[in-house]
Design a protein around this ligand. Structure first.
Ligand code: ADP
Ligand code: MG
Length: 586
């Protein structure tokens, strides 16, 4: 058990208080009190030496189940609380702290008959679940399972090739057991090819789902969002909560979600467990999308970034180190630093009048008239082979308790008496989710880009244009460019801003390296590097004047040439879990 120990705490904010036995029993007894933020557990028997109690922050709790004994005559009822606290010590060098499951089962035995004990267990489970899901309750509330919404249904889309190819293994070992404890029912579909996820979400029945979760890197979420935007009912479809369980090599959005929750920066499995825990908490945040148009007129919806120069070069060139996971970007950065390129380009933007820039525009930048350039186009990169659906998986470890009968819509349904808790894993595609094979260019849908004029026309007079030699140009919307790249610390998911960052030529390799190293902590703007500029904008246009280069949208390569975009504030809906973790864990 690795629960936080805190001082004794009896406040006016206590929602429930009770004295229970434990399971396995061993004769110990506990006093439990539930507040808005934590479950306080005080051992009564055997009497502890100190007055310390165990505090389980509800931010780290994912669910609570009621159970009953296998012996039908047994009058006691049980409830289990499932928490995922941080491990106390680092398990190995570089592996971070990580989370560890800590389940505690309490025995409700105050009454002479089972029904009364069961009602108490259900009341506790309902209260804990309400708090986990952010359903407001107070000491005045008549707490009952009927307060809970129906079981959440999530569509999990998993890219078996994301990152180091561990997505499926991590999902089965860590994610599915956790979300089952959170009473989330799900359908898990393995993508078989690029754009499979995009095609799947085009045909789903929206009413069947409470959310769509990409179990992969940022690329799969990009597919999901664009698939939703390609539907004729895009306006409704894009409000479907989308989430991410980071299993890719580029996990920027997961890094931003982790940071927003107040959690320490994490990578790999630690980040995945943080995000899975947050997913169980269900809260959503509006997410800005940027409509991006490229030279051929293709339009897509981006949730992360548009990059040119150093960043996109590293992203695409490091594909060959994919087996290294997130470390591929570190190696790619070093390789790129050794042969540093600069790119001439014209950058235009519509400043966001009411937002603050982190570096004023330097005087050395020339303001130039606008024009359109004839540029070569490059084909889209990479196609990987298909892979079949995986086998079904059943049953977690057995136990001596069985799920109690649960009449409420928010509780798990009764299931066979053999397993605890009751998983219902399914890996089959749903009926009606057939692939839209052989379709041509997707129809352009979504809100009009009222701030943009066609790429062939000069930008409006209210825009600013700079022409320069750049090391990189990056339009980023959330706070992170990678799980450990806190590139725009001031950014929020719904600030309605594109954070235009650029580094001009003339910067030394050492200074560039310092910037990237500082970016891990998000302190790079404090270096006051004269070559680095940040401007918050609503729209931008980038016209490369160097003939060869790489442009990426959300880390995926797009055609090289003029590109522009405008923000659509809060268009999508992101599952971010909780905001209050810091205060809850103290
Ligand atoms: P990573 O962060 O490791 O790059 P992503 O989720 O971004 O992981 O996925 C990388 C690319 O793989 C994306 O462009 C995505 O569209 C594509 N993709 C998704 N599923 C498959 C699949 N089954 N086979 C091949 N490519 C896929
Ligand atoms: Mg933003």
């Amino acid at each position: 058990m690795n629960l936080v120990r805190g001082p004794y705490h009896e406040g006016a904010d206590t929602l429930l208080h009770g004295e229970f036995g434990a399971f396995p029993s061993k004769g110990s007894r506990y006093a439990l009190s539930l507040t808005q933020t934590a479950l306080h557990i005080q051992r009564l028997v055997p009497k502890p030496d100190t007055d310390q109690r165990t505090v389980v922050p509800l931010a780290e709790v994912v669910g609570c189940h009621t159970l009953r004994s296998r012996a039908p005559a047994d009058r006691v009822a049980y409830f289990s609380v499932y928490a995922y606290p941080l491990k106390k010590r680092k398990v190995a060098v570089g592996s971070g702290r990580g989370r560890q499951r800590a389940a505690r089962t309490f025995q409700v035995d105050g009454a002479d008959d089972y029904e009364k004990n069961r009602a108490v267990a259900e009341k506790w489970a309902a209260a804990i679940k309400c708090l986990v899901l952010g359903i407001p309750i107070s000491s005045e509330t008549d707490i009952a399972p009927s307060l809970l919404p129906r079981r959440r249904r999530l569509l999990l889309l998993i890219n078996p090739f994301g990152g180091r190819g561990l997505a499926l293994q991590w999902c089965q070992t860590h994610v599915l057991p956790m979300i089952t404890e959170a009473d989330i029912s799900f359908n898990l579909i393995q993508t078989e090819r690029r754009n499979h996820a995009r095609d799947l979400v085009k045909d789903i029945n929206l009413a069947d789902w409470d959310g769509i979760v990409a179990v992969s890197g940022d690329g799969l979420l990009y597919e999901v969002l664009n698939g939703l935007m390609e539907r004729s009912d895009w306006e409704e479809a894009v409000r479907m909560p989308v989430g991410i369980l980071p299993c890719g090599s580029g996990n920027a959005l997961a890094g931003a979600i982790n940071c927003k929750a107040g959690l320490e920066q994490a990578l790999g499995l630690e980040l995945l467990l943080n995000c899975a825990m947050l997913l169980c908490h269900a809260a959503v945040t509006p997410l800005d999308l940027v409509a991006v148009t490229t030279a051929s007129g293709a339009r897509c919806f981006s949730c992360l970034s548009v990059a040119w120069g150093f960043v996109s070069d590293v992203d695409i060139e490091s594909e060959k180190y994919r087996h290294m996971g997130a470390a591929r970007f570190t190696l790619g950065t070093l390789v790129r630093l050794a042969s540093l390129n600069t790119y001439r380009g014209r950058l235009s933007y519509l400043p966001a009048a009411d937002a603050t820039a982190h570096r004023p525009i330097s005087r050395s930048i020339t303001v130039a008239p606008n024009g359109c350039l004839p540029l070569q186009r490059l084909p889209l990169h990479r196609a990987l082979s298909d892979m079949g659906l995986c086998e079904e998986r059943h049953a977690l470890q057995g136990a001596e308790l069985a799920p109690a009968p649960c009449p409420s819509p928010g509780s798990p349904p009764p299931c066979s008496a053999s397993a605890l808790p009751p998983p219902s894993f399914s890996f089959q595609p749903l009926p009606g989710q057939l692939l839209a094979g052989g379709v041509g260019e997707a129809q352009v849908r979504g809100p009009p880009d009222e701030l943009l004029v066609p790429l062939g026309e000069p930008v409006p007079g209210s825009w600013v244009t700079v022409e320069n030699d750049f090391v990189l140009v990056l339009a980023i919307y959330p706070s992170h460019l990678g799980a450990d790249l806190h590139t725009a610390p001031f950014a929020r998911f719904d600030d309605g801003l594109i954070h235009l960052c650029f580094i001009r030529a003339g910067i030394s390799r050492a200074a560039l390296m310092r910037l990237f190293l500082a970016m891990e902590k998000g302190s790079h703007f404090e270096q006051e590097c004269p070559h680095l500029t940040h401007v918050p904008v609503r729209a931008f246009r980038l016209e490369p004047l160097t003939r060869k280069g790489i442009l990426t949208v959300d880390g995926e390569r797009v055609e090289y040439g003029p590109i522009q975009g405008q923000v659509h504030p809060g268009l999508a809906c992101l599952i971010t879990g909780i905001d209050r973790l810091k205060s809850a864990t103290g």
